[in-house]
Design a protein around this ligand. Structure first.
Ligand code: FMN
Length: 155
């Protein structure tokens, strides 16, 4: 089982969230990595059972390159049925994670509700909240993997 946390962050706030989410996933012994949108490879997306996507909000939407990534790169990997999570830092309106979750649902992904939004730079308490989302992702991945095993298969 593998999870990937893809983020786009202008001043590092959403990046802090991404790294905390990945560390929360790993704390449950599930393979996870936080990857900048610029470095993500299609094979990483293909291999992932869960995909978390984060962008800060700019001009009431997600950052433009992330929108392109969702519509073109992620959509082309056919993520239907995969687990998704959306997150991002924001300043006042915070639409980006909601819009990311919407796109994930349109692609047939199962998205963890609610999305995680943090105002400005994450505090220590916010980082703990991001880690908790990571734990939640890992636990849901385990449940889904168990549910998809044929009956009688030792776990
Ligand atoms: C030019 C500009 C436009 C912004 N537009 C919005 C916005 O529409 N809504 C919002 O909630 N925050 C907005 N913000 C605030 C950012 O989302 C916020 O600073 C966030 O913490 C940046 O996170 P990052 O470092 O991960 O990119 C804007 C910031 C800038 C500089």
């Amino acid at each position: 089982m593998k999870a990937i946390v893809v983020y786009l962050s202008t001043s590092g706030n959403t990046k802090i969230m991404a790294e905390a989410i990945a560390s929360g996933i790993e704390s449950k012994h599930v393979d996870a990595k936080a990857v900048s949108f610029y470095d993500v490879k299609t094979e990483d997306l293909n291999e992932a059972d869960a995909i978390a996507v984060g962008s800060s909000t700019f001009y009431y939407r997600m950052l433009q390159p992330m929108e392109k990534f969702m519509d073109e790169t992620l959509a082309s990997t056919n993520p239907k049925g995969k687990l998704g999570a959306a997150f991002g830092s924001y300043g006042w309106s915070g639409e980006a994670p909601i819009l990311i979750a919407e796109k994930m649902r349109e692609m047939g992904m199962t998205v963890i509700d609610p999305v995680l939004r943090i105002l400005h730079k994450p505090t220590d308490k916010d980082v703990q909240e991001c880690k908790r989302l990571g734990v939640d992702i890992a636990e849901k991945m385990k449940q889904r993997s168990k549910a998809s095993q044929p009956q009688g298969t030792p776990s």
